[in-house]
Design a protein around this ligand. Structure first.
Ligand SMILES: [Zn+2]
Length: 392
């Protein structure tokens, strides 16, 4: 029987004449306290605020939350211990932590879990795309060895392991298959597919996750995660598309995160609710906004791919609604080449916001800057942006 509202509102979203989405109520993983805090306009909140945010996430029915990078510093690890203990008071939400496939990070994760007395799910990540491998001067054999060693060390300590490839949406299927197969063979029970630089469209997400399901997992007991960013303004719609195939989808409160941000967890929740996929009380979102990580420079969050027209587009490009692709390509390659030469010259990598993130070779970089890039890929983007603004 139709309601008064049905008579007043016709919903083309569910018409089904040309397309019908198959959104699902998947698990949700909140990245606010890790990826979110890597946003350029975000302040690191006090521990008490982080604990309150964990409680709000739990009230929202979010299944898990990334609580930090234990390899970044002693302080970071101690906070993870406190936050992991806090999750034992929660109804549903379980903690996870992010590590590079590097012995220092892996050791930090094992220590954090032992100190907290909580089997914290550990998410071991490595760059996967050809441009990232080129920038870092990595060989695939070394990468596979690092993945095998890191994942098996964590599994040996009885920690649940998710293996994450960064920049998956620009990586070739052959390399991805080798990386995931190695991680699954070493005991990873989840694998994550990442749109680290916000490159993918919803079709790209569906293609990638169909590859994950049909060619990587192939019916085995391994779950699929999707992690997206918002550089093209597609963060939320990509996360929605991901729910059609993935087992768990990631997002950040208010869409904060690296560069212009991650998929927005609040928008994802609201849209899944409006699609009739989930039915839960979303009122804690109001307090999330109030408790939310303060943003100092909201203008920094516009889609990075566009930027200011005079910096990003040449005459004739703007009216076609596309950035200057040749300049983007040229600057990306120049940035990658600069990073590659840094790697070859054995120059230390930059520190992180806490100033103590170890480099890939195990050294600790000094604190040199207030704004810090968390990955080499972000450095490529930053080099590109600086280069563009200097030329204009
Ligand atoms: Zn990310």
């Amino acid at each position: 029987m139709s309601s008064e509202l049905d008579r007043l509102v016709y919903d083309w979203n569910g018409d089904g004449r040309a397309a019908r989405a198959a959104y699902r109520a998947v698990e949700l993983n909140d990245e606010t306290l890790r990826d979110g805090l890597q946003g350029p306009s975000v302040r690191n909140p006090p521990l008490e605020v982080k604990k309150r945010l964990l409680h709000l996430m739990d009230e929202l029915g979010i299944d898990s939350a990334d609580i930090g990078l234990p390899g970044a510093s002693d302080r970071a690890r101690k906070e993870i211990v406190e936050l992991a203990r806090e999750t034992t008071k929660l109804r549903k939400l379980r903690p996870n932590q992010a590590v590079r496939t590097h012995p220092l990070d892996v050791g930090g994760a094992i220590r954090a879990a032992a100190e907290a007395g909580v089997a914290i799910e550990t998410c071991a990540f490595i760059g996967s795309s050809p441009i990232r491998r080129y920038a870092e001067d990595w060989s695939l054999d070394t990468m596979l060895k690092n993945v095998e060693t890191s994942v098996s060390s964590l599994v040996k300590e009885r920690l649940p392991v998710m293996f994450v490839t960064e920049d998956t949406t620009r990586a070739d299927p052959e390399t991805l298959l080798k990386l995931y197969e190695t991680a699954i063979g070493a005991g990873a029970t989840r694998i994550c597919f990442s749109d680290t630089v916000g490159h993918a469209t919803p079709d790209g997400v569906r293609n990638l996750l169909a590859f994950a399901r049909d060619e990587v997992v192939r019916g085995r007991a391994v779950k699929i995660d999707y992690h997206g960013h918002n550089d093209r303004g597609l963060g939320t719609v990509n996360a929605m598309a991901a729910t059609e195939i993935a087992d768990r989808v990631h997002g950040c409160a208010l869409g904060i995160g690296e560069r212009v941000g991650n998929s927005s967890m609040d928008q994802l929740l609201i849209n899944l609710y409006l699609e009739g996929v989930i039915d839960r009380d979303l009122s804690p979102l109001v307090e999330c906004r109030r408790e939310g990580v303060p943003q100092e420079r909201p203008r920094a969050r516009r889609p990075r791919v566009l930027g200011r027209p005079r910096e990003r587009a040449r005459p004739g490009a703007a009216h076609r609604g596309r950035p200057d692709e040749r300049r983007v390509e040229r600057d990306l390659l120049a940035g990658a080449a600069r990073l590659r030469s840094d790697a070859r010259a054995d120059r230390p990598c930059h520190g992180r916001s806490e100033g103590e993130r170890p480099c890939a070779d195990g050294r600790t970089a000094p604190r040199t800057r207030r704004w810090i890039e968390p990955t080499a890929l972000a450095r490529i983007i930053i080099v590109w942006c600086i280069g563009s603004s200097r030329r204009s």
